[in-house]
Structure formats: structure tokens, C-alpha cells
Design a protein around this ligand. Structure first.
Ligand code: IMP
Ligand code: MG
Length: 355
């Protein structure tokens, strides 16, 4: 019972969408709500086989729709591009089970153009130029449109804040956050190399109007080799050649840019984001980039000593159990350690001394 919030530790692209889809199925969630900023986020996962990958990707709707029994919705604080919303509804046949909060601010072509034409945003910051920031700025100035004003959205508009709290009291709700804690507008140390809103667990709850008593868990998704797209600091960054040599290149879902990648987890920053997000669980993803031997592994017995050492270090540094381990591209490339966490000596209440 309650809402499980999924957020990212660092700079996004850690596989929140896959974790959300997985938990939506495992928990039989009746509702999955997208929180976060807008259509700047690309959430994706792969079905099929390694030979024939089938990409499922969205920028507006949460990937929780992979459970055919789950309703999916966009929370009130998320900027909505009506064309993208409608395209995704059609592409994934969600006409009967997609909703959008009537208060969502609307992204227009003008917002996208403004961002593309801004040398500051497209050049210096490396914005995705999705129009999300410009729409949010207009919303703050009280001149943006809202979902309730858009004819094409009428079949889908509702009070998602009401729905999410109601559903969290009678069953399980998954909240799919976007971006990452260190891209937070107000809480990242890296301003101006940030997005246009905060991306922590409680920011996600606030964005969708979820009351704190209805939150049951916060899952922080941590990428074994963190990545960043756009400008701003990335500790221990690998060169483009090193990325290629290791065979771990990734490209952004929204812009197709090559993601910058780090050689490992920056431990001081991890302790900091564990304070900001105060997770009750951690999903450690992209472990196959850290140790290629775990590629595609689905059982705990096949995790290598190298990955177990990493899990143990993450738990020791954050005071939070690692409950899910991502091992590859495909949806089923995941090891579920949640039973172990129930018996773990690592307490899941994240009360480590501040460092
Ligand atoms: P904007 O939010 O599109 O203006 O982009 C601001 C910064 O956040 C840029 O560095 C983007 O690359 C980054 N960013 C925005 N959305 C995402 C995301 O979903 N994943 C990773 N980085 C993002
Ligand atoms: Mg992404």
C-alpha cells in the first residue's frame, strides 16, 4: 500500500523508466504517475531479444503502462506538450487508461523555438530545448496555458492529485520521477547547469500533489557508471575514446547526444544525494558497464564478487539497502534482491550520520 517514488541519484538516464515498469508489474500498481519537469526527459526500455531489440520510449507518459492493468497519468507540476502526449497515447494504445492533470502547464511551439534560439540554453547549458523550461517560466509568470484549456486533451484531463492520493490509500501507486537530484534547479550545487525544477523524491511528491503520509517507499536509482548529458561538472569523466574502447557508449533518448560517462560513483556526492532523496531502497543499474561478466544476469547467484563489493559499498555509504540490480539492456535483465533487503542488517531508514 502507498506510493513508491522512483528518483535518480545524479544526472538522470539511470533507467528509472525500467525500474518503474518493473515495480508497476511486481506490485500490481493500479496507477503510475509521471512526476518531474516536462518532455525534456526520455524514459526508455527494451523488450524483445538482444538480437531483435524493441525500443519502448516516452517523453511524457510513464513507462508503467507496461502493466496492462495500470492506469498512467501525468502529475500537475509536469509541463505537457499536447502533441507528444497524444502521440504516445496512440502509439501505445493508451486511450482508455491515460490521464493528465487539468492543471499541467502547456508547452507550445513558441516555447520550443525560444529555447532553440537561446544561445545561453542551447549552447552554454546544453538544454534539450524541449520547451519545458520556457513553459514553466511562463507558468510562474501566470501566462501559460493549462491542460484543461487544450481541446485535444479533454478526454484525458482529470484531477490526478486526487487520484494518486486515493489510489495510494487503497493500493500501490508508482511515481516515476524524471532527471536526477543533481540536475535540480534549486538543490544542485551546479547551477546554472541544471534543469528547470527540482528532481528529488519529495519534489516529485510535491509536483504531483501527493501527501507525505501516502508515501511508502523512495527508490533511488543509481547508475554504476554515472552519466551526464549537456554541460556541467562530471567527476572522473571518461574520454569519448575510453567510452568507445569499453563498449559502453549511450545516446540520449531526446536529443541523440552521446552521453558523457564517469569511471565510477563519486562517493561524496552519493552520500549527499542520499541525504537529499532519503531513499528507503536503492536500485543499482547498468552493472554490466561496471563488470561485463554480469551482462544479462537475472539471479543473485550469478552476480560476481566485484558487483557484490560495489553493492556492499553503496549500502555502507548510504545506509540504504540495494534491492534491485540492473544487468543489461532488456527489461528482464534485473536481479531482485528485495527479499534479502527484508533480512538485511542495513536499515532502510537512511539515518546515517551526515558526512
Ligand atoms: P533542459 O531541462 O532541457 O533545459 O536541460 C538542462 C540540463 O539538464 C541539460 O544539461 C540537459 O542535458 C539536462 N537534462 C534535462 N533533462 C534530462 C534528462 O531527462 N536526462 C538527463 N539530462 C537531462
Ligand atoms: Mg533519460
Amino acid at each position: 500500500m502507498g506510493a513508491i517514488i522512483i528518483v535518480d541519484a545524479f544526472w538522470g538516464d539511470s533507467g528509472k523508466g525500467k525500474i518503474s515498469a518493473y515495480l508497476t508489474r511486481r506490485e500490481n500498481a493500479e496507477l503510475c504517475v509521471r512526476a518531474g519537469i516536462g518532455t525534456n526527459a526520455g524514459h526508455s526500455l527494451y523488450l524483445g531479444t538482444l538480437k531483435e531489440l524493441q525500443l519502448i520510449s516516452t517523453r511524457q507518459l510513464p513507462l508503467g503502462f507496461l502493466n496492462p492493468l495500470t492506469m498512467v497519468a501525468v502529475g500537475a507540476g509536469v509541463a505537457v506538450n499536447p502533441s507528444i502526449f497524444q502521440e504516445e497515447v496512440e502509439k501505445y494504445h493508451l486511450q482508455d487508461r491515460a490521464r493528465v492533470d487539468y492543471r499541467c502547464p502547456i508547452i507550445t511551439e513558441e516555447h520550443i523555438k525560444q529555447e532553440q534560439e537561446s544561445a545561453h540554453l542551447s549552447g552554454k547549458i546544453g538544454s534539450t530545448c524541449s520547451g519545458s523550461g520556457a513553459a514553466r517560466a511562463d507558468f510562474v509568470l501566470r501566462k501559460a496555458g493549462q491542460a484543461k484549456d487544450i481541446a485535444g486533451l479533454q478526454p484525458y484531463v482529470t484531477d490526478v492529485a486526487y487520484l494518486v492520493n486515493k489510489a495510494a490509500r487503497s493500493g500501490t501507486v508508482i511515481v516515476e520521477g524524471s532527471q536526477g537530484a543533481l540536475l535540480s534547479l534549486g538543490l544542485s550545487p551546479d547551477y546554472p547547469y541544471v534543469t528547470s525544477g527540482d528532481c528529488t523524491s519529495l519534489a516529485a511528491a510535491a509536483q504531483i500533489g501527493l501527501g507525505w503520509q501516502n508515501i511508502s517507499e523512495a527508490v533511488m536509482v543509481l547508475k554504476a557508471l554515472p552519466s551526464r548529458v549537456g554541460e556541467g561538472p562530471l567527476p572522473n569523466e571518461l574520454s569519448a575514446d575510453e567510452i568507445k574502447e569499453r563498449g559502453i557508449a549511450e545516446h540520449g533518448v531526446v536529443t541523440g547526444r552521446l552521453r558523457r560517462k564517469a569511471v565510477g560513483i563519486p562517493w561524496g556526492l552519493l552520500r549527499y544525494v542520499a541525504i537529499l532523496n532519503s531513499p528507503t531502497q536503492i536500485a543499482l543499474t547498468f552493472c554490466e558497464h561496471y563488470d561485463p561478466e554480469v551482462e544479462g544476469v537475472t539471479t543473485r547467484e550469478r552476480l560476481t564478487p566485484k558487483v557484490w563489493e560495489l553493492i556492499t559499498k553503496v549500502e555502507a555509504q548510504t545506509g540504504t539497502p540495494v534491492t534491485l540490480v540492473g544487468t543489461g539492456k532488456l527489461f528482464e535483465h534485473i536481479v531482485d534482491l528485495s527479499e534479502r533487503a527484508a533480512h538485511s542488517c542495513v536499515k532502510s531508514n537512511n539515518k546515517k550520520e551526515f558526512v
